[in-house]
Design a protein around this ligand. Structure first.
Ligand code: ASP
Length: 445
């Protein structure tokens, strides 16, 4: 049995394996550190902005096949992408047999999940050959239950003994199988989840997630020019900043490693010298700034409810929320006062059921006043440093007042890890800039 300590699991995203040049960079990274023994691969992603990801090509191709249309050309385009990588890397392998099998499975309605999963399957075959690592098909190890929900315990109990027997392996990301052995994928971006599962299975010391950015930034670079990077962030902070992590790391990639205390390091395949962002359970490292990050969301609506003596009316809140629940509407936030309560919901989700929801609230709680306010944004200011620092809220409000921004709502979570502020959509960018400025640009600690 091989030694299972100091192992690093490395996952490469689609853009990190989009062509032969990117394959070389990924291989250099893997081979530079003997602890990088298990590699999880995505399907080839975009090589340039207008390019199409293999996963999307596979979905489109399968949709044609399922309608009984001719999909030969679409399939050839996919074959070409792989063949190009193989020949440019000078590899002595052929995927012709695999292509034939997959094509025939398409014709026999093997399923959309099966179709999409072939992107990582084929890419991992190529990467395993290039690295001279073993190829392990997750279909036999990554397991979903009858209900389609991923089964972590079962997966670990199958995968761990398999990987203990193995020195080096490439494992395709994104998929596993159902109890009846049909292929099932995670949601889009799910190779991140596979990486996390593999890290858990081998009790890795570190899960490196290699992508095309050097980690997280304190705020959106489309709003603030060249924002400072986040060097360390805790799992909880990241959850609070969920809107921000979106697009870099799959939300479900946290839980398999979190309980095992395995940190995730977001790294940039194109700039391997950058340290990236460390995602950790607890950080003893004092953060450089009081805040760790600022993120937000536009396009929200507030349902404002007013009623005298609301606070003493038993079941008031429950009745309001039931009115939402009955209409399939979930809420983002629920700030309240003595005789007022607001429920913040996504405008797009609200509009089709707005009248029903208002009627239901009226019927259930007979409010004195009821209105919907649109064009609302929420901004989360998050930081473990806020627990120790005093006056954080005061600084936020003076910065916003200075920028002539009207604050419509405020909420501090009990964890003292975040402050949430509601502003109108048109003030969203200016508010983030003002907060960034006060905490990062003019920070003196
Ligand atoms: N290839 C899949 C996708 O595009 C999974 C992944 O890349 O993580 O969503």
């Amino acid at each position: 049995m091989s030694n299972m300590s100091n192992i690093k699991v490395v996952k490469f995203g689609g853009s990190s394996l989009a062509d032969a040049g990117q394959f070389r960079k990924a291989a250099d990274i893997v081979l530079a550190d003997p602890n990088r023994r298990f590699v999880v691969a995505s399907a080839p992603g975009k090589r340039f902005k207008e390019d199409i990801k293999i996963t999307d090509m596979l979905y489109a191709c399968y949709d044609k096949a399922a309608k009984g249309e001719d999909f030969t050309d679409d399939f050839s385009a996919i074959e070409n992408r792989y063949n190009e990588i193989i020949s440019e890397l000078g590899l002595d392998i052929s995927l012709a047999g695999e292509f034939e099998r997959i094509k025939s499975a398409f014709a026999h309605m093997a399923g959309r999940d099966y179709a999409a999963s072939r992107g990582e399957y084929l890419n991992s075959k190529v990467l395993a050959a290039f690295l001279d690592f073993e190829f392990i098909d997750p279909a036999g190890y990554v397991k979903f239950g009858e209900n389609g929900v991923f089964d972590l315990d079962k997966t670990i109990s199958l995968l761990r003994p398999r990987l203990e027997k193995c020195e080096h392996a490439v494992i395709p990301g994104f998929y596993g199988s159902m109890p009846n052995d049909t292929i099932r994928t995670f949601s889009r971006g799910g190779s991140d989840v596979t990486g996390s599962i593999v890290a858990r299975a081998v009790k890795a010391e570190l899960y490196e997630n290699w992508t095309d950015v050097s980690g997280f930034l304190i705020c959106d670079p489309r709003i603030v020019d060249d924002p400072a990077p986040i060097t360390t962030i805790t799992y909880r902070e990241l959850r609070e900043l969920a809107y921000m992590g979106a697009g870099v790391l799959h939300e479900d990639a946290i839980f398999p490693v979190r309980t095992a205390g395995i940190p995730i390091n977001i790294r940039n395949t194109n700039r391997p010298e950058d340290r990236g962002t460390m995602i950790v359970a607890e950080s003893s490292e004092a953060s450089k700034y009081v805040i760790t990050g600022i993120a937000g969301k536009k396009g929200l609506s507030a349902i404002n409810i007013e009623k005298d003596m609301m606070n003493s009316e038993l079941g008031f809140g429950r009745n309001v929320l039931r009115s939402l629940e009955k209409n399939g509407l979930n809420f983002e936030h629920m700030p309240s006062g003595i005789d007022t309560m607001s429920v913040i919901v996504g405008t797009e989700a609200l509009k089709p059921v707005q009248q029903q929801v208002l009627d239901e609230i009226t019927f259930r709680v007979h409010p004195d006043h009821l209105e919907v306010e649109d064009n609302l944004s929420l901004i989360a200011v998050v930081g473990r440093g806020m627990r120790k620092a005093r006056g954080t809220a005061g600084r936020i409000f003076s910065a916003l007042a200075h920028a002539k921004i009207n604050v419509k709502m405020i909420d501090q979570g009990s964890s003292e890890l975040n402050i949430i502020i509601g502003v109108s959509d048109e003030d969203f960018e200016a508010a983030i800039k003002a907060i960034y400025e006060i905490f990062v640009l003019t920070e003196v600690r």
